[in-house]
Design a protein around this ligand. Structure first.
Ligand code: VGL
Ligand code: ZN
Length: 217
């Protein structure tokens, strides 16, 4: 039987309050993740979490490029925003938020591990040159439907959702489980619109819960 799985994107310290790339209200998504988790474990469904997992001198870091955070440049032939150092492998900033129900996670997908290219999506790097292995893992588990939430709406959530759709997964995004960087004020709203236009279903946690309850009757 094909399965649904929960995919939690980058619920890491550096994207939460006091982190080096803190997303406004980022930590508020952890509570939504923890509310969703039992709705999956109780049905025998898997929980997957991604971690942005950069080498200490990752090419997306402004410091490495002698530039300023949030300016644009080119990395490996692709347009790239320069970021503050964040989610360095094995650092506190790369750890999951301490309130996340980490014990429930069945599989972790690491991304951004290669120095010379960034990787917003949980499936591929930004040039679609290498995959993370997540698609293979999901297929082995017979997962065909993903419920996705996390950080940040306008980067890693957006590109994870778009890749999941193009790989053929049915995708639901839990909107209040997402927060964006919003370098431009409309970025998150536009990202959600793009996800919906591309075939994702957007819903609140309450609506998701109500749908599950209706299905089990
Ligand atoms: C992210 C910027 C840089 C994200 C990761 O998780 O959305 N954003 N690295
Ligand atoms: Zn990153």
């Amino acid at each position: 039987m094909s399965q649904q799985a929960l995919l939690l994107v980058d619920l890491q310290n550096d994207f939460c309050a006091d982190g080096s790339l803190a997303v406004p209200e980022g930590e508020q998504t952890v509570r939504i993740a923890n509310s969703l988790i039992p709705l999956f474990t109780s049905r025998g469904c898997k929980i997957i979490a991604t971690q942005d997992w950069h080498p200490a001198d990752h090419g997306s870091f402004a410091r490495v490029q002698d530039s300023e955070p949030f300016l644009q440049g080119i990395l490996d032939g692709l347009p790239q925003t320069w970021w503050p150092d964040h989610c360095v492998q094995n650092s506190y900033g790369a750890e999951f938020h301490q309130h996340l129900n980490i014990a429930a996670i069945d599989h972790i997908a690491l991304k951004g591990c290669q120095q010379e290219i960034d990787s917003y999506s949980a499936f591929f790097d930004n040039g679609h040159r290498h995959h993370t292995g997540l698609d293979d893992w999901l297929r082995q588990q017979d997962v065909s439907s993903l419920v996705i939430m996390g950080l940040a709406t306008d980067y890693c959530v957006k590109f994870t959702v778009l890749d999941a759709l193009s790989l053929g997964y049915q995708v639901t995004v839990i909107t209040e489980g997402c927060r964006g960087v919003n370098l431009q004020p409309q970025d998150s709203e536009q990202a959600l619109l793009k996800m919906a236009e591309s075939g994702a279903t957007l819903m609140t946690l309450d609506v998701f819960r109500a749908q599950l309850a209706a299905q089990s009757q």
